[in-house]
Design a protein around this ligand. Structure first.
Ligand SMILES: C[S@@+](CC[C@H](N)C(=O)[O-])C[C@H]1O[C@@H](n2cnc3c(N)ncnc32)[C@H](O)[C@@H]1O
Length: 187
């Protein structure tokens, strides 16, 4: 069973993530994706960013962990929520934006390539993606969970086949320049 499918780990993550949110990313996204657009969040976890996105967009939350989703169903009873794996994104619905915060870094390189291709299919023409990663050039396993760190060039190479890159920039989550976000438009 994976890390995010065990109750004690979900609790640990929620405690660890307290006080952090994707406000900086969403502020950047708002510069490129108009308010009221239909946005899919991948890997919403506890749903902190879903609430912020919901102030601006028609948002659908998703995660591959039923445990996170069950919690969010209770906390945000009106929210539109789906079980979705970031790699396969098995939905017939289309979105104008796709957002994730520190999610795609758990995928292998091959899985990330598949996810990017699938994201392009799930997006409307000229749809926008906004994703964050930890910045760096290493791979770690923590409690059986993979973390792949990315630098600007790697992200550019991965996304450039299907997307025109708008911004790739470092930012601070905990320490200066520890994180990286990409905003890009479907070609
Ligand atoms: C580091 S947490 C980030 C959670 C949330 N985005 C936040 O900012 O607090 C990673 C999240 O990605 C989800 N996740 C990991 N791999 C996934 C996958 N293949 N498909 C969908 N969700 C995934 C986990 O269940 C977890 O909610």
């Amino acid at each position: 069973m994976s890390y995010y499918h065990q109750e004690k780990n979900i609790e640990e993550y929620i405690q660890m993530a307290k006080g952090y949110n994707g406000q900086k990313l969403i502020t950047e996204l708002l510069k490129h994706l108009p308010q009221d657009s239909r946005v899919l969040e991948i890997g919403m976890g506890p749903g902190t960013d879903l609430t912020i996105l919901g102030q601006h967009y028609k948002v659908t939350g998703s995660d591959y962990s039923e445990m996170f989703l069950n919690r969010c169903r209770k906390t945000y009873s009106n929210a539109d929520l789906l079980v979705l794996d970031a790699v396969t994104l098995e939905t017939d619905l289309k979105y104008q934006g796709i957002y994730s915060n520190k999610v795609l870094l758990h995928l292998t390189h091959e899985e990330l390539k598949k996810s990017i291709k699938r994201q392009a299919e799930v997006l409307d023409p000229l749809g926008i993606i906004c994703h964050s990663f930890w910045w760096g050039n290493k791979e770690e396993i923590y409690n059986g969970l993979r973390f792949i760190y990315y630098a600007e060039n790697q992200l550019r190479t991965l996304f450039m086949d299907s997307f025109d890159i708008i911004t790739i920039r470092k930012y601070q989550e905990i320490e200066p320049d520890d994180s990286l976000f990409i905003i890009a438009r479907k070609r």
